[in-house]
Design a protein around this ligand. Sequence first.
Ligand code: SF4
Ligand code: SF4
Length: 149
Amino acid sequence: MSYLSNIYNGITGKYFLNSRKGAITQQYPDNRATLKMFDRFRGEVIMPHDEQNEHTCTGCQKCEIACPNGTIEIIWDRAIVEETGKKKKKIDQFVYHLGLCTMCGLCIDVCPTDAIIWGQNFENSVYDRTKLTRVLNKPGSVVKAGIED
Ligand code: SF4
Ligand code: SF4
């Protein structure tokens, strides 16, 4: 088979013929408002919160222990649970150093309550590295009732 027919019949040829249908090039940054990364994209670790400003992080520190390079620091405290009157561990700050993160996913895999997930944001360029250190739990947020590790 000739070189040209290889191109025509193979993936290169298909993409060449479909390029005008958007098969290849994303018009970034012009399409910033509508751009959606593919589902498995690993942009950063994030902690979802619901409308009541609740998350599912118990502060168990499993993610911190699993992380191979110290990207996560759990600063925790103990608070009294109203129903039982007993003290229980809670996070004060979930500190995430994005500049250290290799996106290996061990922290997400090990979390027993699915408190952290992959975020799709990739526009993380900064002039000041300290801006890559973030607190993932929002101010005033609490762990959802009934979540145990
Ligand atoms: S994110 Fe998950 S593994 Fe990490 S401290 Fe919170 S509950 Fe534990
Ligand atoms: S993805 Fe890997 S490197 Fe990044 S915080 Fe999680 S365990 Fe650490």
